[in-house]
Design a protein around this ligand. Structure first.
Ligand code: ATP
Ligand code: MG
Length: 360
């Protein structure tokens, strides 16, 4: 799929802007603080319904305005679709797909699929376990709406169980009921994540080899509740809950489960999460993101769009060139502050100059 156009009004430092993207590489070029990332952010927002930079939607509204609008037109194999978002200071955010308001965020998933890489994406490797879980969940939600609803169901059950633990007003039987429900949706989440990581891991290793010229190997494994088959995972999760119940009661929240699990990322024999160098973490994170693209290419009819914010400045020239080669065949929107030698072998890209909240 590819984005045909993006229109924004009163969004961040923009009053009004329209960008007509090409199917290939689109470069948003401009100095610092001109509005490059803001444009990419608007694309991410249209894709997953929230900004990758802030959980507070109101920050997206231009300081002088009371509501922001974003509209995107996507061309897919099956035809074109539109996504519109309206963020108001006093009302809930509204989302329209093909002109119709949606009632559940899940309906937005997959309309515009994207793989994004922002400067702090390095946190997939170097950040806490929550960053790695969020990475898997965002990718999986885009690939499958049922996963989105499964996650919602699990989180609801989890917060109900936690509320019960905190209140202290429960019987062992009541907890058993909540545990059974947690295990039911939780085991499915874990099974889906494990399967995803297994498939992603192969592509991530290949991309890593490509980016490093084969100097280092990358390995991803799920860390947390054990088991391979759904029934084994359910059994292991139920046992973990049982074993941890006293502790859960004492501390007032649920310890084991998908909300605690992690992904182990190894470069060679080293745990990159704790011991990777800055460059190693960045390259590993990029390999993982490119793997997300490969996996979509293999399993989905439509390729997602690739959004790269400021990645070039962090890479050396050979890695930069390698990354740009990889964008062939995928609509890519890339921000940078200058065009250098790494672009010299590329053809047919479109440059947008971004300055003071204007795009030309
Ligand atoms: N809600 C808002 N209303 C008005 N301006 C805003 C709002 N939110 C952010 N800005 C401004 O938008 C400007 C551009 O931000 P953006 O992150 O897009 O810059 P950039 O071009 O990506 O720069 P860099 O190269 O430094 O990453 C910033 O100066 C910021 O202060
Ligand atoms: Mg920026």
């Amino acid at each position: 799929m590819y984005i045909k156009s993006l229109e924004i009004a009163d969004y961040r430092n923009y009053a009004r802007a329209r960008v007509d993207f090409c199917e290939g590489l689109n470069v948003l070029l401009g100095g610092n603080a001109q509005g490059k990332t803001n444009l990419l952010e608007a694309v991410c927002l249209s894709s997953v319904g929230r900004s990758p930079r802030t959980p507070r939607d109101k920050e997206l509204i231009n300081w002088r305005a009371s509501r922001a609008k974003v509209k995107i037109e996507v061309q897919k194999r099956a035809g074109s679709e539109t996504v519109e978002l309206i963020i108001d200071r006093t009302q809930n955010k509204s989302v329209l797909v093909n002109g119709m308001p949606i009632s559940r965020m899940g309906e937005l998933m997959g309309v515009l699929s994207s793989v994004f890489f922002l400067p702090d994406e390095i946190k997939i490797v170097g950040g806490g376990p929550g960053e790695r879980r969020a990475f898997m969940d965002i990718a999986l939600c885009q690939m499958s709406r049922s996963y989105f609803y499964l996650l919602q169901r699990y989180n609801k059950t989890l917060s109900q169980r936690n509320r019960l633990l905190k209140s202290g007003g429960f019987t062992a039987d009541a907890l058993d009921v909540w545990d059974a429900q947690l295990v039911d949706s939780g085991a499915k989440i874990i099974k889906t994540r494990k399967g995803y990581l297994e498939r992603l891991g192969g592509y991530a290793a290949k991309n890593h080899e490509f980016l490093t010229g084969g100097a280092e190997t990358l390995d991803l494994t799920y860390e947390g509740v054990g088991g391979a088959e759904l029934s084994e995972i359910a059994e292991a999760f139920a046992a973990d809950l049982k074993r941890g119940r006293e502790r859960d009661i004492a501390l007032g929240y649920t310890h084991p489960g998908p909300q605690k699990d992690d992904v182990c990322i190894k470069i060679g024999q080293t745990d990159a999460r704790s011991y990777g160098s800055q460059g190693q973490k960045r390259t590993a994170a990029l390999a993982v993101k490119l793997a997300e693209l490969d996996l979509n290419a293999a399993e989905k009819d439509d390729m997602p769009v690739l959004l790269l914010d400021d990645v070039l400045s962090e890479l050396d020239v050979p890695r930069r060139q390698k990354l740009l080669q990889r964008t062939a065949g995928v609509q890519t929107v890339l921000t940078c502050t200058h065009i250098d030698d790494s672009f010299k072998d590329l053809s047919g890209y479109k440059i947008f100059s971004v300055s003071g909240g204007r795009v030309e």
